[in-house]
Design a protein around this ligand. Structure first.
Ligand code: HEC
Ligand code: HEC
Length: 350
């Protein structure tokens, strides 16, 4: 009996000691971030071990714009994800990473990713935003982790920010990922003209309305099957839209998961903010929206894994008239969101 008591006391002492070792720092501030979402945008979910707090979002924003997370000290996330261009790279089909090499794909836009639920990157290789961030840092910025972490630890303002954002305040890779993911979760686009129309605060012009009613959401255009899920304007899923030739130069999802029937499938990009995000497609092959529309109209290839939803692929595409193309483009441009583009909460804090 006595023995048991001694063990128990020892255990208690041990727990106390551990607690002392890992004391929650005084600055820690778990105040939740007040996520503003409007009509028809669903509630958000975040991983249970990464609650969305104001402190984490602020820290993530600083890290996003901080080039000291790269080997050279010259490349930040914003180098390739620039707010002015819908968080893509300025008119570049491929970007230059921190080692001076081209990235293998066109830089993705970063908005409404808090609702992405089927995988990140064109090939879906990351299952959470935290993992996507880790992948992005290592593959695009090539940091020297020991040096980077030491630099951040030595910076008094970052020390304070990490202590405010995290219970134990560690400057660690895990916490950097969590903070960056938190910031990205707050980047939303929900104020395009088309959003205002759904809230009865604006109306489409006859041309835009024709593009929507008669092409976008009909069998004529078929865009809605993959890009029509309002409010995201993407189903977040992976499809082969007949872009590539027979031998896939980029295997996409199939290259990641090894399935032959997934070769050539890419994550469907959202059709918001297209005015800012040119060039288009995973390899940035189209410089303008006109080229994209011409592709869907006349340039579709019968690729091995072509999606059954590309119903007119056997005839090379939709065969739209000049007026139909113009109307489709006019509708697509109603998805530009200038409020998102100029939102200072997403801009550099430095
Ligand atoms: C050198 C340019 C470059 C830099 C720097 C860069 N990225 Fe990217 N980013 C890309 C490219 C290119 C892709 C698409 C890659 C792919 O799909 O294979 C991408 C894709 C992403 C995605 C996936 C988005 C989606 O819709 O699935 C996320 C998230 C992301 N980057 C976050 C970041 C973060 C955070 C940083 C900074 C730590 C960063 N990126 C730095 C070029 C860059
Ligand atoms: C079968 C699903 C599917 C259908 C139907 C479809 N798309 Fe796409 N769309 C995709 C996929 C997947 C991509 C990315 C392909 C790639 O980069 O390899 C894409 C890319 C795009 C892009 C480029 C966006 C960017 O940011 O790079 C635009 C614009 C676009 N589609 C518009 C349309 C329009 C307009 C229609 C109707 C005429 C349409 N799509 C029909 C799946 C589809």
């Amino acid at each position: 009996m006595k023995r048991k008591l001694i063990y128990f006391l020892l255990l208690l002492a041990l727990i106390q000691a551990c607690k002392k070792d890992k004391e929650i720092n005084e600055l820690y501030d778990p105040t939740p971030y007040d996520f503003v979402k409007v009509y028809r945008f669903p509630n958000i979910e975040v991983p249970t071990d990464n609650a969305l707090t104001i402190a984490k979002v602020q820290l993530g924003r600083s890290l996003f714009y901080d080039a000291s997370l790269s080997l050279s000290g010259n490349t930040s996330c914003a180098t390739c994800h620039n707010q002015d261009f819908g968080f893509t790279d300025h008119e570049l089909d491929l970007s230059t990473n921190d080692l001076g090499n081209f990235t293998s794909r066109n830089a993705s836009s970063l908005f409404n990713l808090v609702w992405t639920d089927k995988g990140f990157f064109w090939d879906g290789r990351a299952s959470s935003l935290e993992l996507a961030v880790e992948d992005a840092i290592n593959n695009e910025q090539h940091p020297e982790w020991d040096v980077t972490l030491a630099n951040i630890q030595a910076d008094p303002s970052y020390k304070t920010s990490f202590e405010t954002a995290f219970e134990y305040g560690e400057v660690s890779r895990d916490n950097i990922n969590k903070a960056l993911a938190s910031f990205i979760r707050t980047i939303v686009s929900q104020n395009a003209k088309f959003d205002l129309v759904t809230r009865a605060q604006a109306t489409l012009t006859p041309l835009e309305q024709y593009g929507f009613d008669s092409i976008f959401v009909t069998e004529k255009g078929d865009c809605f099957h993959c890009h029509g899920v309002y409010p995201f304007m993407t189903d977040n899923d992976f499809h082969d839209n007949g872009l590539q030739g027979n031998g896939y130069a980029d295997l996409g999802l199939g290259g990641f998961n090894g399935n032959a029937f997934d070769q050539g499938k890419m994550k469907t990009p959202p059709l918001r903010n297209l005015s800012y995000t040119a060039p288009y497609m995973h390899d940035g092959r189209f410089a303008s929206l006109d080229e994209v529309i011409d592709f869907y109209s006349e340039g579709v290839n019968l690729t091995p894994n072509i999606d059954p939803l590309m119903k007119k692929a056997h005839q090379g595409g939709l065969q739209l008239s000049a007026y139909e193309k113009e109307a489709l483009k006019a509708f697509l441009l109603t998805l530009d969101d200038p409020v998102f583009r100029s939102n200072v909460d997403y801009s550099s804090p430095f």
